[in-house]
Design a protein around this ligand. Structure first.
Ligand code: C5P
Length: 234
């Protein structure tokens, strides 16, 4: 069974309000993405980790990656094929890889608190599945649907609602075909890999993730990620 990781890292991180894309912001003395790549390269069941950066990326080359990642740097592949949306970056990355029926675990560069062990466990749980699946956590908060005036239109029952995370694990060919079928027309609806498969009538599995596997989106998330990583709890 062969499995690889694909890391979309071609975003500009506009919600961070920073000139530097969030994947390169400093997190405990390293670029944020170095933590993400270390977690993936530490997973014993991943043969390779491919990272998708923007063709216009000016930051990647400025780091000493062998020093940051150690010997596992040899299993890293850099693809300068990022697109205008996350879905397009993933689609271009999948198309740039040698074509195979391998499992691909797509993981956001912006989720640096992933545990290597969780990646290995996910592969073990899904490797014989017909479709694949995603890490996710049950929704803890009460969810409100807002009106245009920002008052509550209604409360939606949270039972059965899960919050999607990454990695999201699918067969390379199936995921590539699902993204090609959805893009560019439905790009706004494809905010993760599973949604592309769902459009084709598939039902990916939900694998229990961790609330610590947060996505760095806003400046406060970077502070939280630093505290979590430093705490040694991850
Ligand atoms: O912007 P958001 O937080 O949803 O991005 C999730 C991941 O997708 C990030 O790692 C980001 O770098 C990546 N991305 C990408 N190409 C884009 C937009 C986002 O690879 N055009």
């Amino acid at each position: 069974m062969s499995a690889i990781a694909l890391v979309p890292a071609a975003g500009s991180g506009s919600r961070m309000a920073s000139a530097t894309p969030k994947q390169y912001l400093d997190l405990l003395g390293q670029p944020l993405i170095a933590h993400t790549l270390c977690a993936l390269l530490g997973a014993t069941r991943l043969a390779q980790v491919a990272v998708v950066i923007s063709p216009a990326d000016e930051w990647w080359e400025s780091y000493d990656w062998p020093a940051l990642l150690g010997a596992s740097f040899a299993r890293l592949l850099v693809l300068r094929v990022g697109g205008d949306s996350r879905a397009e970056s993933v689609m271009n990355g999948l198309a740039a890889l040698p074509q195979s029926d391998a499992w691909v675990l797509v993981h956001d560069a912006a989720r640096p608190c992933l545990r290597s062990q969780q990646v290995d466990e996910m592969i073990t749980q899904l490797e014989y599945d017909a479709v694949g699946g995603i890490l996710a956590v049950p929704v803890a908060d009460t969810l409100k649907i807002a009106s245009k005036e920002q008052s509550i239109a209604r409360t939606t029952p949270r039972a059965g609602l899960w919050q999607a995370q990454t990695p999201q694990m699918f067969r390379q060919q199936a995921l590539l075909a699902a993204l090609q079928a959805a893009l560019p027309e439905h790009v706004a609806d494809i905010t993760d890999e599973a949604s592309a498969l769902e459009r084709l009538g598939k039902s990916p599995k939900l694998i229990m993730g961790s609330p610590w596997n947060l996505k760095v989106t806003y400046p406060q998330d970077l502070i939280l990620a630093g505290l979590l990583l430093k705490s040694g709890a991850i």
